[in-house]
Design a protein around this ligand. Structure first.
Ligand SMILES: Cc1cc2nc3c(=O)[nH]c(=O)nc-3n(C[C@H](O)[C@H](O)[C@H](O)COP(=O)(O)OP(=O)(O)OC[C@H]3O[C@@H](n4cnc5c(N)ncnc54)[C@H](O)[C@@H]3O)c2cc1C
Length: 372
């Protein structure tokens, strides 16, 4: 059987960022990706926002990785020619009744270390975004956008240049722990590894289950986010990133307006719990529903201004709850107590794209405990 130092299951943005960090230090690093290309899961089906770290509970892994990942992502994109732009972002309070919530959100951001935010008024909102309505907004200069597929490819390219092997159409189907290694059986062959990293996104709980790990109890609930986009003739209605206040139950950041690096404007994503991790398209939200949600921010918007676009599926650790019940969970990034040569990453939902290089640094430290 072929021998590896490290096998990473999952060629999304997180798996590829980890491969880049680990292959700088160790040889015989493999990424096994089930699909025909890397980055076809959540990593290319998102808003492409480089988040600032505003929303997450202080001292959480999400807050720490987002803050550090924000800076590392900008540095990486600039160094490696990945399309990106530091656009800044507005989070809008639509009426005076939302002012208090807006101020509380800004305090959370300040506690997390987000810098140079300010509250702006209706006139300043109009000056920045002439078509957007709002009573007040937080302006966050550190938020930006990135071409997410290009980001995944750049992490993978550097990993490969450093000697890592990225193998596609390699779905991991069986894992067999031995005394101090793991045997990995995939559709591309078999390999024994001294260190295994589970970075399987939506399927991370099922990969943990293949190992017989109790960490598989951290079940992943798929929550679909659908997008529409503005018709080309309406794209100049939005200059940057415009968000409402986040969903009160913590399920999503709310249907927002995102001008991508390519100049089109996304409207979304929605949030709907699914039974099927593969259901990207069935029973999509009617376009009129997108127009209704986004009209609060963009009053001129009519359903005829929108075209349906792609959807992505979030890897949520919280089940659907009752109305009004908070549903917030942190990333799980840890060595498996039952299988110490395994690093488990479970529930890497938003801000996972932003956090990837910071998560990769922590996984490198955990891998060093196993391999050095
Ligand atoms: C709608 C939406 C909007 C988002 N917006 C943002 C945003 O604006 N900014 C931000 O920072 N984050 C955002 N996120 C979150 C971000 O996209 C994810 O956190 C990130 O892409 C997760 O990366 P990943 O590598 O863990 O998962 P994935 O990209 O899903 O990769 C996991 C990979 O594992 C593979 N795999 C699974 N099982 C196996 C197996 N058994 N064998 C081999 N391979 C396997 C899959 O095929 C997949 O390619 C958003 C997410 C969604 C869904």
């Amino acid at each position: 059987m072929e021998q590896a130092n490290i096998v990473i299951i999952g060629g999304g943005v997180v798996g590829c960022a980890i491969a880049r960090a680990l292959s700088a230090r160790w040889g015989d690093v493999f990424v096994l990706e089930a699909l025909p290309k890397i980055g076809m899961g959540a990593s290319s089906r998102n808003s492409g926002v480089i988040h600032s770290g505003l929303y997450y509970p202080p001292r959480s892994l999400k807050a720490r990785h987002c803050l550090r990942g924000n800076q590392l992502t900008y540095e990486f994109c600039a160094a490696h020619g990945v399309p990106h732009r530091r656009t800044g972002k507005l989070v809008i309070a639509s009426s005076p009744a939302e002012s208090e919530e807006l101020a509380a959100l800004m305090r959370t951001g300040e506690t997390n270390g987000v810098e140079n935010m300010q509250i702006i008024d209706r006139a300043a909102i109009r000056a920045r975004e002439p078509h957007v309505a709002g009573f007040q907004a937080i302006e966050i200069p550190s938020t930006g956008i990135v071409g997410s597929e290009e980001l995944v490819k750049a992490y993978a390219r550097i990993a490969t240049d450093q000697g890592a092997h990225i193998v596609v159409q390699a779905k991991v189907e069986r894992l067999e722990p031995t005394r101090d290694a793991i045997r990995v059986f995939s559709t591309a062959g078999e390999i024994e590894t001294r260190c295994l990293v589970n970075s399987a996104g939506l399927y991370a709980d099922e990969v943990a289950q293949l190992l017989g790990s109790a960490m598989a109890d951290h079940r992943i609930y798929p929550v679909r986010g659908e997008y529409c986009e503005l018709q080309r003739s309406r794209q100049d209605w939005i200059r940057g990133l415009v968000y409402p206040l986040p969903h009160p139950e913590g399920v999503s950041l709310g249907v927002h307006l995102t001008k991508t690096v390519w100049g089109n404007v996304l409207v979304g994503p929605t949030a709907r719990y699914l039974d099927d991790k593969n259901n990207y398209e069935r029973e999509r939200e009617p376009i009129a529903e997108f127009a209704r949600s986004a009209k609060l921010l963009l009053p001129e918007l009519e359903p005829s201004d929108l075209l349906p676009a792609y959807s992505g599926i979030r890897a949520k650790l919280t089940p659907p709850g009752k109305r009004g019940e908070k549903r917030v969970a942190d990333f799980i990034i840890a060595r498996d107590p039952q299988f110490p040569c395994v690093v488990q990453l479970i529930g890497i939902e938003s801000p996972g794209l932003t956090s990837a290089p910071s998560i990769a640094d922590d996984v490198r430290d955990l891998a060093a405990e196993i391999l050095d």
